[in-house]
Design a protein around this ligand. Structure first.
Ligand code: CP
Ligand code: NVA
Length: 313
């Protein structure tokens, strides 16, 4: 595993297996877990976008691992008044042991990681959401017992941070991913090229939502108006309206399909309330698993004896 987790692009098969195994252990033994991997360590959470799951699951996870969580709103920092990311990274390196950052430009997170002595964990940028997608892989493996060949249909904004992350996750894990959207919201050509060149995973795109969901194990969707895109709201709701996850779409997928959403959901927009509340929906399992998977990631990045924990487990 590298120093930072910025996307899942550079993770190896072994990294993924270790993250998933350690997450399983963290989940199973949460109530009796003794090892304080973050003892004496302070992890700063620098957020410039809203969050419920990510903020709370990181803060709780840091405490459960014996560390201190320091929440910082990016706009209250000198960063918000023009101090450079480089200087911020160098200063923070004198105080703290890790940063979890949620911001707009992915390059800002790359820049922070470049100058920081501590591990940087991307908690969502406009382009990627690695903690969410690793959790989604964990959740799919929990329900399906495997990842290779598991069929997932991603519906809606296929150029979003979640769709981008799902494409990289398919390359990493061997998922069969079918993306469906209007042409205007088609996936990034460079990520699709990367998927084509990848030895694992099968990634395709269509504008036909019904054929995309046929026979899949999971239907995945995300909001149509991601954070920072509020000005485009009206236009997006109109242009994406035929890509909503409804009962009809769930039925078209066939028996056994499960419904995933990274949340927050905008019920009635990308998904109906009925579908999200149905027995096929595993969205709250996904939300819970954020805690276990992020504890595993932090342990692997910040506890030099993490391999012993895995072996002993
Ligand atoms: N899924 C997710 O990252 O949720 P929050 O925006 O609430 O953190
Ligand atoms: N695509 C969404 C994900 C939220 C977790 C957004 O960026 O707002």
């Amino acid at each position: 595993m590298r120093k930072d987790l910025l996307t899942v692009e550079n993770l190896t098969d072994t990294d993924l297996e270790n993250i998933l195994k350690l997450s399983e252990l963290m989940k199973r033994e949460r109530l009796t877990w003794k090892r304080k991997s973050l003892d004496g360590k302070t992890i700063a959470l620098i957020f410039s976008k809203s969050s419920t799951r990510t903020r709370v699951s990181f803060e709780v996870g840091i405490r459960e691992l014996g560390g201190n969580a320091l929440f910082l709103d990016q706009n209250d920092m000198q960063l918000g008044r023009g101090e450079t990311i480089e200087d911020t990274a160098k200063v923070l390196s004198r105080y703290i042991h890790g940063v979890v950052i949620r911001t707009y430009k992915h390059d800002d997170v790359v820049e922070l990681a470049k100058f920081a002595k501590f591990p940087v964990i991307n908690a969502l940028t406009d382009e990627f959401h690695p903690c969410q997608i690793l959790t989604d892989l964990f959740t799919m493996r929990e329900f399906s017992g495997k990842l290779k060949g598991v069929k997932v249909a991603f519906l809606g904004d296929c150029a979003s941070n979640m769709a981008n992350s799902m494409i990289l996750a398919a390359n990493l894990s061997g998922l069969e991913l079918r993306l469906a959207s209007p042409e205007k919201y088609a996936p990034s050509p460079s990520l699709m090229k990367m998927a084509e060149e990848s030895e694992k995973g099968e990634v395709s795109w269509t504008d036909d939502i019904t054929s995309a969901v046929e026979g899949v194990d999971y239907i995945y969707t995300d909001v149509w108006v991601s954070m920072g895109m509020e000005d485009e709201k009206e236009k997006r709701l109109k242009e994406l309206k035929d890509y909503k996850v409804t009962n009809e779409i769930v039925e078209a997928a066939g028996e056994g399909v499960r419904i995933m959403h990274c949340l927050p959901a905008h019920r009635g927009e990308e998904i109906t309330s009925e579908v999200i509340g149905s027995h096929k929906s595993i969205v709250f399992d996904q939300a819970e698993n954020r805690l276990h998977v992020q504890k595993s990631i932090m342990t692997m990045l910040l506890d030099e004896d993490w391999k012993d924990i895995l072996e002993e487990g």
